[in-house]
Design a protein around this ligand. Structure first.
Ligand code: FMN
Length: 240
């Protein structure tokens, strides 16, 4: 019985890891505060170096969600090229293989949406949907103390990923959104964040629209052999 339970639990974890995708179309169906609390109650068990738990999260729904959306749209209207991020999301002049991977995921998305390369406004319109949380009823903003080191930022990422997997476990879908970092100060102002909290990433949370073609998108991954090196498995003790 115990073994069976372990087996089934393990299957659930593997299914969540493999089935989670970035969902970019949501149903008009509310998510209760209790459900979000339950997700965060699971995700808070994410590990972190020294158990610092260097994360905070701000959840917005209803009017609070709309207030963030309105503030960012107002900012975009007065300053369309605003970028309040303290560092660029990607390194300058991304190199291979990362450049091609980034390009491929964009092309895959616009192909499903049938928005050709020449239709710049159409493509921009899709990007701007980020700032409506892709119509998800709940938005989350993950913050970190800007005094933290790169290590703690990595650990914040573990928490965010745990939130996405926990959401799957509760029957919900997510899309992580670093798009919001362009407006980190504007969002911070609306949320009335203290100086020791910087918005790193947003997250759209809700019920996936099962009929939206975009939600069928499965992105590629490099194979294990491309990303992993194996040493010492041939029975010898050589540290090759
Ligand atoms: C930290 C982080 C931030 C992301 N920000 C955005 C975003 O702003 N907008 C968006 O549409 N997708 C965003 N994504 C989704 C990625 O494009 C997506 O994870 C990647 O293409 C792999 O696809 P999958 O999540 O469906 O497996 C983000 C992903 C991560 C991990």
């Amino acid at each position: 019985m115990w073994l069976r339970r372990v087996f089934f639990d393990l299957m659930d974890i593997l299914t969540a890891i493999r089935e989670r995708i970035s969902t970019r179309a949501f149903l008009d169906k509310p998510v209760s505060e209790d459900t979000v609390r339950a997700i965060l109650d699971d995700a808070r068990w994410a590990p972190s170096g020294g158990n610092l738990q260097p994360w905070k999260v701000h959840v917005v729904a209803g009017k609070a969600r709309q207030a963030v959306i309105d503030a960012v749209k107002a900012k975009m209207e007065t300053d369309p090229f605003a970028d309040e991020n303290s560092f660029p999301v990607y390194p300058e002049k991304l190199w291979e293989p990362y450049r091609s991977r980034r390009y491929a995921v964009g092309e895959q998305m616009y192909e499903i949406l049938n928005i050709p390369r020449e239709d710049k406004m159409g493509r921009l319109g899709q990007v701007l949907k980020n700032f409506d949380f892709f119509d998800a009823p709940v938005g989350l903003f993950f913050t970190i103390d800007p005094k933290m080191n790169p290590n703690q930022w990595a650990h914040l990422g573990m928490f965010i990923y745990a939130v996405t997997l926990a959401a799957e476990g509760h029957g919900l879908a997510t899309c992580m959104q670093e798009a919001w970092t362009r407006f980190t100060l504007t969002v911070g102002k609306v949320l009335d964040l203290p100086e020791d909290e910087q918005v790193y990433c947003g997250l759209a949370l809700g019920y996936a629209d099962p009929d939206a073609p975009l939600n069928t998108m499965r992105t590629a991954r490099a194979s294990v052999d491309e990303i992993a090196g194996f040493r010492g498995f041939d029975g010898s003790n050589d540290a090759a």
